[in-house]
Ligand binder design. Structure first.
Ligand code: FEO
Length: 403
């Protein structure tokens, strides 16, 4: 059965939500599900903008059939070739064999890598800023390489001033019927998932996000329609998400606060972290976030790192090296190019190794990671004689927030 919503004159949302798939890219938890958005424009010509994940094919295809009412589908715009959006291209071709597939050279390279048997006569190759006229509506294409994959494009519909932004401005979390951000309790429901999506999906590509911002700077945008999450149609919401993307893509912390990511085998390192948090709280710091790397998916910690100014890493050695969940988290910090953070270290070495040196070696490419305080070292467990030193460690963190 179909399930659609009109978003503008002649423009419809034909996507779907899924609460069964429990990980994005089979890795990042989808605690609250996700939506796969797709759009259909009914004009003199008809066009779909991206398809959906294989898990929601049935409703997507019903939506298309319901809206077309027997009409031809003229164009399928492929803004992104990741399978959570392109999985129904072959289904569309089966039903509408004359459809033109609109993409760039990289789009078709990936299309041929994923799928066999697609006739190249169906290809409609566009270049940067080419326009595709549908009648009253016209799509103009802006290439957005590495926002999130290299072939990504966005398209701007000139009549409604809608930016179909591909993955950009996406959010995890299934839609509860309320498709537009202004219909939702956005800050409670979507902002944390909007941030977690950016941090983990776009986080590495800040420079690419900045490059696209420059291309679209002069566009009047009245609506942002992403491939995941709610649609933004009010000036306030559009300004809000643009500002968030500006800050995150420059790796600017949103606010002062500290993320304490720790590993602890028998509770001794965890106890130092708890004492440190108490000291920080006594010094007036309110935004303190403790994560046990063994019990928290790294994507949740990464999202908090994008929010906060300070990071404390507390870890024991393991097999003379890094504790493995900590190693995963540190590697992700590095891979995502996170920059401009103040970082402090707590180490716990019982018999050998130097975990902090190994962490520093991994983080050498993270720009403007300023170390705060001396490494607070324990051997197996913290001792009474170390309280003053931990007090100083907390003072240094507090001072770094003020400065
Ligand atoms: Fe929603 Fe890059 O896929």
């Amino acid at each position: 059965m179909h399930n659609i919503r009109k978003i503008e004159e002649d423009i419809f949302w034909i996507g779907a939500s899924n609460r069964i798939v429990n990980r994005f890219e089979n890795m990042i938890p989808l605690t609250h599900g996700t939506s796969y958005n797709s759009y259909l424009i009914l004009d003199e010509k008809t066009a779909i903008i991206d398809t959906v994940d294989a898990s929601v094919s049935e409703v997507f295809l019903a939506n298309v059939a319901h809206l077309l009412q027997g009409r031809e589908l003229d164009y399928l715009v492929i803004n992104h070739m990741e399978p959570d959006h392109c999985a129904n291209i072959c289904n569309i071709i089966l039903r509408y064999p004359n459809v033109k597939l609109v993409g760039n050279l990289k789009t078709f390279k990936f299309l041929e890598q994923f799928y066999d048997g697609i006739n190249a006569e169906n290809y409609y190759i566009v270049k940067e800023k080419d326009e595709l006229n549908l009648g009253k509506h016209t799509l103009r294409f802006y290439f957005a390489p590495l926002v999130h994959w290299p072939e990504v494009m966005m398209c701007y519909e000139l009549n409604s001033k809608t930016l179909f932004s591909a993955d950009a401005f996406g959010s995890f979390r299934a839609l509860d019927g309320n498709l537009f951000a202004d219909e939702t309790d956005y800050h409670q429901l979507f902002l944390p998932e909007f941030r977690r999506y950016y941090a983990n999906v776009m986080g590495k590509f800040g420079a690419n996000v900045q490059a696209v911002f420059k291309k679209i700077a002069d566009l009047e945008i009245k609506c942002i329609a992403s491939l995941h999450g709610p649609i933004y149609r009010t000036p306030e919401m559009i300004e809000f998400v643009m500002e968030k993307y500006q800050g995150w893509s420059l790796y600017k912390p949103e606010r002062t606060g500290v993320v304490i990511a720790y590993a602890s085998m028998y509770g001794n390192t965890a106890q130092v972290v708890q004492i440190l948090a108490t000291k920080l709280a006594e010094k007036g710091i309110r935004n303190i976030n403790i994560f046990d790397v063994s019990n928290t998916h790294f994507s949740d910690i990464i999202a908090k790192v994008f929010e906060c100014s300070n990071l404390v890493i507390a870890t024991p050695t393991y097999n003379s090296g890094l504790y493995l969940p900590m190693q995963t988290f540190i590697k992700d910090l590095s891979d995502l190019n996170i920059a401009n953070r103040k970082i402090s270290y707590i180490s716990n070495v019982t018999w050998a190794g130097n975990p902090i040196k190994q962490i520093r070696d991994i983080l050498t490419n993270n720009k403007n990671f300023e170390e705060v305080g001396n490494v607070f070292e324990i051997k197996s467990a913290m001792k009474l004689t170390q309280y003053d030193e931990l007090e100083k460690f907390a003072d240094d963190i507090k001072q770094s927030m003020i400065s």
